[in-house]
Design a protein around this ligand. Sequence first.
Ligand code: SF4
Length: 372
Amino acid sequence: MSPITIPDEIMERAYEGKITKEDALLLLKVPPFRLFELADRLRYETVGNTVTYVVNRNINFTNRCIGTCGFCAFRDNSGYIMDIPEILEKVQKAESLGATEVCIQGGLLPNVDIDFYTDIIRAVKKEFPHIHTHAFSPMEVYHAAKQSDITVSKALKMLKEAGLDTMPGTAAEILSDRVRSIICSSKLKTDEWVDVITQAHMKGINTTATIMYGHIETIEERIDHIMLIRDIQKKTGGFLEFVPLTFMPYNNKIGDDMIRQGRYATPGMEDLQLYALARIILNTHIKNIQASWVKLGKKLAQVALYCGVNDLGGTLMEEKISASAGSNNGQFMSAQELEWFIRSSGRQPVQRNTTYNPIININQEQNGLRIA
Ligand code: SF4
């Protein structure tokens, strides 16, 4: 029979950051509001009542790609490739709207090498030295290294020297080779993803960590993924945040197969359980659990603030990847709307930079808002 409360020894391990896989499986059997309550308490004890966000812009510089990921609705091999002036124009617009970060990612082009990537970063940093460059997934770094016949270590060194500040921990999907062989067989394997991320951290390039869940993976594989992220963090301390991303099932092969079987996106309750579980497993290791309002929708993202979430990511300005896979939650939310959205949820909004330092803007000063 499933327990109706969380056993004391599991509560203790949650506070100590020592939840086991068996604990996590049991936590999914208690009534969800118990799980949410624990995650909310750990969130409060870790970061207080502030909810952070970053003013940023996504720049997806190409939607062409030699990859074959079955969940991808973004790839279009007759699509566009931005040149550097086009990228700079987008950065300039972002900066004029108050962005502190640009998140630059794109498909894998067949005829580019590491210089293509370093040239983008160098150009952005030359024109906009104060803009934080959050760019290139582990898959892109791996691709750049292979194309140039250099090691991942050398590629990361060259990117850092060009001015790369941090990297998105995307391309993680589910860190299980069983799952990866089905949904993204041409992508880097689990240990290769771990290697790129670990080497980045060792070089002083912080990253985020993600999970894309809700397709063919098992619950155990989700838990293993989060525990692997925790193991990496114990070694390197280089993750800034953990970002669960629910799978968007439209306009892609994996989603088509699911829909044929009568399965659609994850139920909202399952999303909330995953956010709560992530907060509990990663407690004392990763402080920031981010909800994607683009994936969840604005209202469910507000509810997630009571299930362990303390960050709502970015204003984005432009979001092509989720939109192409069926997200209709918009591609832009102004800082004013985000702040309203957070305040009306009973929390205190704080604009942050990419590395989670607060940016006190005029509105916040007028409203007397400070970090708790
Ligand atoms: S997910 Fe990325 S690597 Fe995979 S096909 Fe799409 S653009 Fe290419």
